[in-house]
Structures are given as structure tokens and as C-alpha cells.
Design a protein around this ligand. Structure first.
Ligand code: FES
Length: 348
């Protein structure tokens, strides 16, 4: 049996459980980032689309917008992980394992760890820094196939800004809040913080007022032509449509500062299931809708390159759904959400 065949026996749930089991061994710098990555590229959605008779119709029916396909971003999908810098080594370790795989390690977590140990040895670094990127590499192999995996150049984004610091320094930077000035401790309102959306870019952050939603703070950032970079971005780095938890466009991963964001309200919780985004159950989880999450301190986010509404079709995941009139021009998107809503009420 080759490595790809072996890995194809596992379901998304197996991968998430393997990551959870490995978390204590993963350095804090990538502990949350890797959980986010696995939710940005869900295996069951990939398999649903691969098995569709007409993939374009399936994509349309799930209102998918943006770069959802790992094949188009083999070398870059993980550039928000510290371990991204070891990507070339990970890639070559997985390629050589594909050629000489024997299935004596059937356990997924054990296999990830074995690759990570080899990478750490070759890169002369600590094993805690290579587990996350090794897991990402193995899942990438599953979703792109060995030929495309090998064909990718392996080029990485050179670490800059906060990402150029040591793992411990990065963790410490993420925990800081912006200074409120000499008498800031007296302020009860008008506190200003920052949301970092790219740790590789010293300018990759926007200002946010205390209690402001991430999406509305992002919309005020006119520093770049966001639409030229991502068609979904009308204003700001976070794509938005409805601003009312109705469309799922604004989902983001929260790498740090979850505890400084407002708690998830029942509506956001329900809608995340409809969208299919696999938000963990915690009161302050690692996936949020940016139009709902209000800040009371600095946060570090990562914007996924796509959005869609697939909870019903991929996971059978529909609960009671509230729909509100939306200002969006995305007619297809609204129809998909409405369809999910009516399925929910049929089942209740
Ligand atoms: S913008 Fe539609 S859910 Fe946030």
C-alpha cells in the first residue's frame, strides 16, 4: 500500500482527532494556527466536490467564492504557520516517504509525528516546531495527489515582521495590547487596539475601537486596493456581504486574542453550522464571523481565501436558521442560505 492510499482511509474527523492528540507536543506558536488550517481546508468538502458529477454546479450550489482549492496554493496555504519556513523540508520528507512507505505506522498521529521528527532532524530544529506543518503537508498530499505535490516549487514566503522573530517572541507579541498612553488606565471608553491580519508584514494590521466589530474596523482600512488582491473584498481585508451573520462571507480564524473578543451569540453559533465552518464549541473559539466578533483588546486573525455555505450538503448540519433581510447583491448566496434554512425548518 502506498502512502496516499493509506492516508485516504482516514476521514476529516480522524485528522481533527489526531491534531487534538498532538496539540500538547506542538509549540504554542502553531498550536492554534494548525487547528485553523484544518478548518480552512475541510477534507469532507474536498471529497464532496471531487465526487460531484458536475463540479461547477456543485460549487455554485454551495455558493463557494474565492480560492477554495488546495491545488492552487500548495506552497502558500500555510504561510500563517511558523512552520511554513520548513515547507521545503516537509515536502521532500513526504515525497521520499511516498516512495518507501510501509504501513507499520497505521495511527495517523504517529505517522504525522514520524514525519515531523525527520523534518526536525534535517532542519536541525526542535520537533515541536515541525509537527503542525508536517500534518498540513500530509493533508495537502491527500487533497492534491502525489504528482501535483511533487510538481509544486516548494517556494516559501520569507519570514518578515513579527514572523521573523523567535517562536517565544511571536507568542509574546501576540499577547500584547496597544498602549493607551500615559493615562490610558483611566480610560473606560475610546480605547484603541489593533487587529493583525498578516504577521509577515510589519504593516499588516488595522485599528479597532473597543467594542467595535472586526468587519467594520477592517472596512475603514483604505491603505490598499483590497479588491485587486481578492475579488471578495469590497472594503478592507476582510470580505463582507450582509454584516448580519446571514451569508458566511466574513469568517476568519483567530490565531490569538480569542479571549479579547465578544462571546459567540446563539445566532452566530447556529449560522456557523449552516455555513459548515466547524467552529469549536468554546465560548471564545478559533473561528469567528468578523461581522459579529467585537474586540476589547488586540487580536491576530487570518482571513481564509474562500467562503461558502456547505453545512447542509456536506455535513447534514442544519439547525433552525434565522434569516434577516440582507443588503448583499450576492443573489446566489442568499438562495443557498435560504434553501438551508427551509431544510432546517422541514427537519424540525
Ligand atoms: S458579512 Fe455576512 S456573515 Fe458576516
Amino acid at each position: 500500500m502506498n502512502l496516499e492510499t493509506h492516508l485516504n482511509r482516514f476521514f476529516e474527523r480522524d485528522w481533527l482527532l489526531a491534531i487534538e492528540a498532538l496539540l500538547p507536543s506542538i509549540h504554542e506558536v502553531d498550536r492554534i494556527a494548525v487547528r485553523i488550517w484544518f478548518r480552512f481546508f475541510p477534507l469532507e468538502l474536498f471529497r464532496f466536490l471531487e465526487s460531484a458529477e458536475d463540479k461547477d454546479t456543485a460549487i455554485f450550489s454551495l455558493a463557494i467564492q474565492g480560492k477554495y482549492c488546495l491545488k492552487d496554493q500548495i506552497d502558500s496555504s500555510h504561510d500563517f504557520l511558523y512552520g511554513h519556513r520548513y515547507w521545503r523540508v516537509v515536502k521532500s520528507a513526504i515525497e521520499s516517504k511516498s516512495e518507501s512507505f510501509n504501513d507499520d505506522v497505521v495511527d495517523l498521529a504517529g505517522l504525522i509525528k514520524r514525519v515531523a521528527d525527520e523534518v526536525a532532524k534535517s532542519a536541525r530544529t526542535d520537533g515541536s516546531l515541525t509537527i503542525a506543518i508536517s500534518a498540513v503537508g500530509l493533508m495537502t498530499l491527500v487533497q492534491v495527489g502525489l504528482d501535483d505535490f511533487k510538481a509544486a516549487s516548494g517556494e516559501i514566503v520569507k519570514p518578515k515582521g513579527i514572523m521573523a522573530k523567535s517562536p517565544g517572541q511571536i507568542v509574546a507579541e501576540r499577547a500584547k495590547d496597544d498602549s493607551q498612553g500615559l493615562f490610558g488606565f483611566l480610560k473606560t471608553v475610546d480605547k484603541k487596539f489593533s487587529v493583525t491580519y498578516s504577521e509577515n508584514d510589519p504593516k499588516g494590521r488595522f485599528a479597532i475601537m473597543s467594542d467595535q466589530e472586526i468587519a467594520s474596523a477592517s472596512a475603514k482600512d483604505r491603505s490598499q486596493n483590497w479588491k485587486a488582491k481578492d475579488e471578495r473584498c469590497w472594503e478592507g481585508v476582510v470580505p463582507v456581504e450582509c454584516l448580519s451573520a446571514s451569508c458566511g462571507t466574513c469568517w476568519v480564524g483567530v490565531i490569538a486574542g480569542q479571549e479579547k473578543l465578544s462571546e459567540v451569540a446563539p445566532r452566530e453559533r447556529r449560522q456557523m453550522k449552516v455555513f459548515g465552518y466547524n467552529q469549536p464549541d468554546d465560548a471564545k473559539p478559533i473561528l469567528r464571523l468578523a461581522c459579529q466578533a467585537r474586540a476589547s483588546g488586540n487580536a491576530t486573525i487570518v482571513v481564509p481565501p474562500w467562503n461558502g455555505v456547505f453545512g447542509k450538503k456536506v455535513y447534514g448540519n442544519v439547525e433552525e436558521v434565522e434569516l434577516e433581510p440582507v443588503t448583499s447583491s450576492a443573489k446566489a448566496l442568499r438562495e443557498v442560505v435560504r434553501e438551508a434554512a427551509s431544510a432546517g425548518s422541514d427537519e424540525n
